[in-house]
Design a binder for this molecule. Structure first.
Ligand code: ADP
Ligand code: MG
Length: 350
C-alpha cells in the first residue's frame, strides 16, 4: 500500500554513526531565540529568561505504537513530534525545542531514515521549533523513536490537571473519534491488500479521518487563542487516550465529578458515516478512541462569554462535586458512569 518512491537502499553501515547524524540533521534550522547551542556539542544550551520551562518525553515503539505496513515513515516522524508538542500545549505552554533519539535495526536503509527525518523536519518547520539534539543507536529488531519536547510559559499561565472546580465548564477543541476511525479504515485496507496486493485502495471517502490518524496536529493554535481571549483554563489535558479516560484524569486530580452530555460531543460527519459503515456507535468511539490530540479543559463559568460561539471550542458538560461521580448524560437523558477504556499498550486485548 505504501509505494516505494525511493528504490535506492544504502545500508547504514556505509556511513557510520557520525556521518549518519550529520546527514540526517544538516538541514535543521534554528529559529528560536531561546536556543543558544544546538546539535553538535555534548549538550544543547537554552535560555528562557523569566519564563518557566515545561519538559516532556514520549516513546514510540514499532509493533506497539505503529505499524510500518500502513504508516509511511515521513508521517511517523511528523507524528512522533506532534504527540510531544501536544503534551507541551496541554500545559498551556508554547513548544520551542525537541530532541529526537532513534534506535534502528539494520533492516532500515539510509533512505528510510531520510523519510523519517523529512517528517520531523516538516513538523519542526510548521510548528516553529528547533531540533537541538538526540541520540542514534542500533536495535536488534525494529524502530524506536523517543522524542523529548521543551516549551515555555509565563509562570502565571501554566495550567495543570488539578485546578478544576465544581460548576466549571468542560470544553473540548476540534472534534473527536477521527483518528480511531482512520485507523479502522487503514487496518481494513491492509487486510484487503494482503489478499490482493494489486488492489490499490481508494481512500478518497476517508481523507479527513485517515489524515487524523496519520498526521495529527498539536493544538498550539489553542494556546495562542486562549491567550488572545484572555482565558486561563482551570485545568487542561490533551486527548491521547480517549475522552473518557482524560475526563477521569481531570476529575481524579482535581477531586471533582462531571456531567458530560452525549449530544454535545463534537463529531465530524465523516466519523459519523464511517461509524455507520463499520456498525460502531460513534459516542463509544469519541469516548474511547484516542489519538485525536485535541485539548480537554475546564474553564470558569465567568469566562463563558469569551469563548461563546468560537468554532474551535465546544462546551460538552460541567464539573460537579466529587461525591456525584463522573457521568455521561445520554441523548435519552439517562446517566451512565464514565469508565476509562482508553488505549493501553500493556493489555492489547482490552
Ligand atoms: P555524544 O557521544 O555526546 O552522545 P553523539 O555523537 O551521540 O554525541 O551526538 C552528537 C550530536 O548530535 C549531539 O549534539 C546530539 O545531540 C546530536 N544527535 C545525535 N543523534 C541525533 C539524532 N538522531 N537526531 C538529532 N540530533 C542527534
Ligand atoms: Mg549520543
Amino acid at each position: 500500500m505504501i509505494e516505494d518512491k525511493n528504490p535506492q537502499r544504502t545500508p547504514l553501515s556505509e556511513l557510520g554513526e557520525f556521518k549518519l547524524i550529520e546527514h540526517l540533521t544538516e538541514r535543521f534550522e534554528i529559529t528560536q531565540k531561546s536556543t543558544i547551542k544546538s546539535i553538535g556539542d555534548d549538550a544543547a544550551v537554552l535560555d528562557f529568561k523569566k519564563n518557566q520551562v515545561v519538559l516532556t518525553t514520549d516513546m514510540l515503539v514499532e509493533g506497539v505504537h505503529f505499524d510500518l505496513s500502513y504508516v509511511p515513515l515521513k508521517h511517523l516522524g511528523y507524528k512522533a513530534i506532534m504527540v510531544n508538542l501536544s503534551d507541551v500545549c496541554a500545559m498551556n505552554a508554547t513548544p520551542t525545542q525537541v530532541t529526537v533519539s532513534i534506535a534502528v535495526s539494520n533492516r532500515f536503509p539510509l533512505e528510510a531514515l531520510e523519510e523519517l527525518y523529512a517528517g520531523i523536519q516538516h513538523a519542526a518547520k510548521i510548528y516553529n521549533i528547533d531540533v537541538v539534539g538526540g541520540d542514534t543507536t542500533s536495535s536488534t529488531s525494529g524502530l524506536i523513536i523517543s522524542v523529548t519536547a521543551v516549551g515555555e510559559v509565563e509562570s502565571e499561565s501554566v495550567v495543570y490537571r488539578d485546578g478544576a472546580k465544581p460548576n466549571d465548564l468542560l470544553v473540548v477543541t476540534g472534534d473527536l473519534g477521527g483518528a480511531y476511525m482512520g485507523l479502522q479504515v487503514l487496518e481494513r485496507e491492509k487486510e484487503v491488500f494482503k489478499v490482493n496486493p494489486n488492489n490499490q485502495p481508494d481512500l478518497s471517502m476517508y481523507t479527513y479521518i485517515v489524515e487524523r490518524q496519520l498526521k495529527p496536529e498539536a493544538r498550539k493554535d489553542i494556546v495562542a487563542l486562549l491567550k488572545d481571549l484572555k482565558v486561563k483554563p482551570t485545568s487542561m489535558i490533551d486527548i491521547s487516550d480517549g475522552l473518557s479516560s482524560e475526563i477521569l484524569h481531570l476529575c481524579k486530580h482535581s477531586k471533582v465529578g462531571c456531567d458530560l452530555y452525549e449530544n454535545k460531543i463534537p463529531l465530524d460527519p465523516q466519523v459519523i458515516s464511517t461509524c455507520e459503515e463499520f456498525n460502531i456507535d460513534s459516542t463509544t468511539i469519541a469516548l474511547n478512541g484516542g489519538e485525536d490530540y485535541e485539548l480537554l479543559m475546564t474553564i470558569s463559568q465567568d469566562d463563558f462569554p469569551k469563548i461563546k460561539g468560537n468554532p474551535n471550542l465546544t462546551v460538552i458538560g460541567y464539573m460537579t462535586e466529587e461525591s456525584k461521580g463522573a457521568h455521561l448524560v445520554t441523548r435519552a437523558e439517562t446517566k451512565i458512569p464514565i469508565i476509562a477504556k482508553g488505549w493501553k499498550s500493556f493489555n492489547e486485548n482490552d
